[in-house]
Design a protein. Structure first.
Lengths: 198, 478
């Protein structure tokens, strides 16, 4: 076994374990942390595929931004997950049966006889000076410009939806109005009272 | 790649609508509640101009942009025009509904316009990636619209169900597309089609991908057995949003089916035909039989949608040009009829009262003979009674099915339609032969009544002269 293959199996095993723990662990914070582990190990797999830019983006965007936000949400919302787990044991036999059948079918269809290395040979190695970031950028802004623009639109809709669904005026909230605060005059706040000395 | 400005110009309707949506989004922030009508009329104006741009300004010939990932062909023009008109009417109905409930906000129109844009992208998509992104743009806007009324627990539940199941369906679709990409190495529809024709049916991975794509598509259209979300979402969402979801997106769904199944996976026709037969029979059976047990009109119309989707899919499964044009005719007609059905619910609703129970239609003839007649037209048309347009739609699909030699399927469809006619006729019985429970005057604005009447007369008119729309549908598929 070459070193590369060893690294692949190591990270693949870690990723599978972490992904499995995400759905089985009881504490939602731990689940989110296992998801971080799963993302980190899959980015290692992408590095093995020489997709350096995507691997780093995965860490930056998913681990750095999305999951941190996720953790905040999980910690802030105190969700009781026990009712969600009711019936788990009852449905388990059926679920396991269906899962086994599906996995068996998928292995038969997508197994090594169709997606093996003899069918899909590994691409040739690129020299160290090869920049896949540049290649990605070239494709993204030429051939895939239209999908890229639509993706931007989808993000815009997501922003509008999030704001429309969460922002509302609450009459009970007390605001400070900085504009009025800075224009306040001495006369409005300060009353000078003349008093005789005693 | 953009070769010239000329190429970009065929995207003019999309670019214009996007610009208007952004403009309305910003402008609406500066309008007071009293001036919300400006947002409404601007929205209608942008739909009108987009319609004009699509119909008049673009060349008649088929044209491509962005390296063949965008197509402008007769089918896309006809379907887009239908979408604009249907959505314009949807906005008319929604305005009255939202206004009465103090939910009249600009975001509804902005999200609606983005949903229209998503549908336009889907209809004109000539790459699987673009098709998927258009679908996501549409779905994301719809999820937000369902959750629009935050104070309603029912609407939040519906939005949650719609979102979770919709995301699952998108995942299925994407997985299927990735399998097709894995085999063919292509995303553009003509390239995929050529590669599929070359590898042929023997490649089981392609069929495997097709299965997942089919599940995703059936989910989005609401065909049985992937229909679970439809009744809950239809009932839970505000009627104005149900109206939106139930009408034009089905036309876009038809386009999606055509682009994926016929245009890209045409070589696998024998495979998808068999899958569609199962979906069609189940949809017709469940849609028509379970609708009988409903007492809520929105829920009943949801099941009726499922049955109609069965008919649309039946047109596609014939695999013939007649079948495709019949299915296209059916999807447009379906949108028109459903529009009227939900429009009637909004007509009878007022603030704090949803006229969504069947009993609310009791004795409508005494209250308003004209609108009882309109409802009669919509219900008869959905049931497929001649001379209304729903009859011609069903007839066109059935004759295409018989032409392909699947007489048994046509017989099954007719049998279930007869069962389905019961619940449409029940509403007519309630309206004409039962004493009224509600006595309130119908207090809707003149333009609302005008649009609803025009909608009913369109169903009647297209029924008396079906040749016109049918000729467009046939011409669109040449």
């Amino acid at each position: 076994m070459s070193f590369e293959l060893f690294v692949f199996y190591l990270f693949a095993a870690i990723m599978l374990f972490a992904a499995f723990r995400v759905i089985t662990v009881r504490n939602p914070v731990h689940a989110a942390l296992f998801l971080v582990l799963a993302f980190a190990s899959s980015s290692a797999l992408w590095l093995l595929l020489e997709a350096e830019f995507l691997a780093i983006t995965l860490i930056l965007v998913y681990v750095g931004a999305v999951l941190v936000l996720f953790l905040f949400v999980v910690m802030m919302l105190d969700i009781n997950l026990t009712p969600l787990r009711e019936g788990f044991i009852r449905y388990l036999p059926v679920a396991v049966l269906i899962a086994i059948v599906m996995v068996a079918q998928m292995v038969m269809v997508l197994g090594p006889q169709r997606f093996g290395l003899d069918q899909m040979p590994a691409p040739p190695r690129q020299p160290a000076t090869y920049s896949n970031t540049e290649e990605l950028g070239l494709l993204l802004y030429t051939e895939y410009l239209y999908p890229f623009e639509i993706a931007a639109l989808i993000l815009l809709v997501a922003i509008i939806a999030a704001i429309a669904l969460t922002m509302r005026k609450r009459p009970e909230t007390k605001y400070q109005n900085p504009g009025e605060q800075v224009t306040v005059k001495k006369q409005e706040r300060l009353r000078i009272v003349k008093m005789d000395s005693e | 790649m953009i070769n010239s400005f000329q190429e970009l110009s065929i995207l003019l309707p999309e670019i214009f609508l996007l610009g208007m949506a952004c403009l309305i989004l910003v402008l609406d922030l500066f309008l007071s509640q009293r001036l919300r009508a400006v947002t409404f009329w601007l929205t209608q104006l942008s739909l009108l101009v987009t319609l004009f741009l699509s119909l008049k300004l673009l060349p008649d010939a088929t044209a491509f942009a962005f390296g063949e990932s965008f197509i402008h062909d007769p089918m896309s023009v006809l379907l887009k025009a239908a979408i604009y008109i249907i959505i314009a009417a949807v906005f008319f109905y929604s305005r009255a509904y939202l206004h009465e409930r103090n939910m009249h906000k600009g975001e509804y129109y902005v999200l609606g316009l983005f949903a229209v844009l998503g549908m336009m992208i889907m209809v004109s998509a000539y790459s699987l990636l673009v098709l998927y992104l258009g679908l996501e743009l549409l779905s994301l806007s719809l999820y937000a619209m369902v959750a629009f009324n935050r104070d309603s627990a029912q609407a939040s539940e519906a939005a949650m169900k719609y979102f979770v199941l919709g995301a699952l369906a998108s995942g299925m679709l994407l997985y299927g597309i990735s399998m097709i990409y894995g085999v063919t190495g292509e995303l553009g529809i003509p390239a995929v089609s050529a590669a599929v024709a070359e590898t042929g049916r023997d490649n089981i991975v392609l069929v495997f991908g097709l299965c997942f794509v089919m599940v995703g598509l059936a989910f989005k259209l609401g065909a049985v057995p992937f229909h679970m979300w439809v009744p809950d979402v239809y009932q839970g969402a505000p009627t104005a949003v149900t109206l939106f979801i139930g009408t034009a997106p089905k036309i876009a769904g038809f386009a999606m089916m055509m682009r994926v199944l016929v245009d890209s996976l045409g070589a696998l026709q024998a495979d998808w035909q068999a899958m569609l037969v199962v979906l069609v029979i189940l949809s017709l059976a469940i849609g028509n039989i379970i609708a009988i047990a409903q007492t809520n009109l929105k829920r009943m119309l949801a099941y009726s949608t499922i049955a109609h989707v069965g008919f649309i899919l039946m047109g596609i499964l014939t695999g013939s040009a007649t079948g495709y044009s019949a299915a296209m005719f059916y999807s447009i007609v379906y949108a028109l009829m459903t529009l009227g059905g939900f429009g009637m619910i909004i007509l009878l609703s007022r603030n704090g009262f949803e006229a969504d129970r069947l009993d609310d239609f009791k004795g409508l003839n005494e209250r308003s003979p004209w609108f009882a007649f309109m409802m009669l037209i919509f219900m008869f048309s959905m049931a497929g009674v001649p001379p209304l347009v729903g009859f011609h739609a069903k007839l066109a699909v059935l004759s295409a099915v018989v032409e392909t030699g699947m007489v048994w399927l046509a017989v099954v469809a007719v049998l279930f339609s007869v069962i389905g006619a019961f619940y449409y006729l029940r509403i007519i019985k309630l309206m004409y032969f039962d004493p009224a429970e509600q006595r309130e005057q119908i207090n809707k604005s003149f333009d609302f009544k005008l649009v609803l009447s025009a909608n009913g007369l369109a169903v009647l008119g297209f029924g008396l002269y079906p040749g016109l729309l049918m000729a467009w549908c046939i011409a669109a598929l040449v």
